[in-house]
Write a protein that binds this ligand. Structure first.
Ligand code: NAD
Ligand code: DAU
Length: 364
């Protein structure tokens, strides 16, 4: 009998893309443990909710008793750990939740996985893996001419979010080194694609543009991010889970460095084309430069040569193809965005953007 994998945070952006692809293409059953914070949406997974290979558990990764019971019941063959507080701006406004979930939650999950691993023997023990999904933000920020982050780059996290993820990465490393838990770690660059919560740059700009609201670009808009289509990240995680060397870390990135202003203008041009009757054309007229994010990292870039060399992974999407798919998905799924942005999200918009006075339009 195939024993299930445990996915944490599978109702969030990357987790839900991973769960949907796993259920479509893999045989092993999957248990999804998610607290359903504002960022988790079970509707995203409605198409698989009656699949007998899929189980959803509403709960917190920091709940040691719940974890103990789940490991005892399902005797997982692997853990893929996505659950986290993930938004940098929220970590600046309220870092506590980031420490609770990203650090303490990861600690509890490691402890539960370790206790379970200690009961395994033979092939079950040899094949067990704990894969921790992390971010390139643990490496800090780059100058324009600096080489991209490699697996050997020293950690230098700058935001409370990045610091909490760096701490969780260190815990994972220590649980491997000290207790021989068979861990794998991935550090990925900025993802974009379907089901991303509209607080993040690309879906925020799409949802604002559709309503004719200002498109708030922080600071001078010259910060660089290395964009990767979410489906490619999910494929990379599956490759690492299947073939990654125990105890290793793998950087994952798209080789698609763009300034924020470039991304926003590319989006505006795509919307002008896809929505010829929009009253807000040209959408670039909505762009506003606003007060910068405190401690804003200037540039991220990933050197993904290790995962390509060792595991044969390469992104399938270019920025152009992935971006087009993403914009079309948001245009075709406005109901999804409306559902996740009603209620408490409105308070967040006021909290994060209310105090950022806008400059005049820099568009068109
Ligand atoms: P997300 O915020 O969209 O989703 C997070 C999910 O975790 C939500 O479903 C939420 O309900 C759940 N969750 C939060 N706290 C929990 C808890 N205590 N217990 C159980 N579930 C909890 O995040 P995302 O963008 O999908 O990111 C997923 C992971 O990938 C994170 O670990 C993040 O650090 C990492 N990552 C994200 C990116 C990116 O660009 N989004 C890039 C690299 C790495
Ligand atoms: O690099 C990987 C990380 O990418 C992940 O670990 C994080 O979970 C994920 O949120 C993302 O972090 P960023 O801070 O890079 O993503 P965000 O979408 O919040 O912002 C992208 C860039 O756009 C960043 O330079 C800030 C800027 N920005 C963002 C928002 C929300 C704006 O200019 N205006 C905005 O309104």
């Amino acid at each position: 009998m195939l024993r299930p994998i445990l996915v944490t945070g599978g109702a969030g952006f990357i987790g839900s893309n991973f769960v949907l692809a796993w259920m479509a293409e893999e045989q092993r059953p999957l248990v999804n443990l998610d607290k359903l914070t504002y960022a988790g949406n079970p509707l995203t997974l409605a198409s698989i909710e009656h699949d007998p290979r899929y189980t959803f558990v509403h709960g917190d990764i920091a709940d040691a008793e719940l974890l103990k019971a789940l490991f005892a019941e399902h005797r997982f063959s692997a853990v893929v750990h996505f659950a986290a507080e993930s938004h940098v701006d929220r970590s600046i406004v309220g870092p506590g939740a980031f420490l609770a979930t990203n650090i303490h939650g990861t600690f509890e999950l490691l402890q539960a996985a370790r206790a379970h691993y200690d009961t395994l023997t033979g092939e079950d023990r040899d094949s067990f893996r704990f894969l921790h999904v992390s971010t390139d933000e643990v490496f800090g920020t780059l100058e324009p001419e600096d080489p991209a982050f490699a697996e050997t780059t020293a950690y230098a996290p700058n935001s409370p979010y990045a610091a909490s993820k760096a701490a969780s990465d260190h815990l994972v490393r220590a649980w491997h080194h000290t207790y021989q838990l068979p861990t794998l770690l991935t550090n990925c660059s900025n993802n974009y694609g379907p089901y991303q919560f509209p607080e993040k740059l690309i879906p925020l700009m799409i949802t604002h543009a559709l309503e004719g609201k200002p498109l708030p670009v922080y600071g001078d808009g010259q910060q660089v991010r290395d964009w990767l289509y979410v489906g490619d990240h999910c494929l990379a995680i599956r490759e690492v889970l299947a073939k990654g060397r125990v105890g290793e870390t793998y950087n994952v990135g798209g080789c698609n460095q763009r300034t924020n202003l470039e991304v926003v203008h590319t989006l505006c041009a795509a919307l002008d084309e896809l929505l010829p009757n929009s009253p807000y054309r040209p959408h670039a007229g909505l762009v506003r430069m606003v007060k910068d994010r405190p401690g804003h990292d200037r540039r991220y870039a990933i050197d993904a040569s290790k995962i390509e060399r060792e595991l044969g992974w390469k992104p399938r999407e270019t920025f152009e193809t992935g971006f087009r798919k993403t914009v079309e998905w948001y245009l075709a799924n406005r109901k999804w965005t409306e559902d996740v942005t009603s209620g408490a999200y409105q308070n967040w918009l006021q909290e994060n953007y209310g105090h950022r006075s806008t400059s005049e339009s820099v568009g068109a």
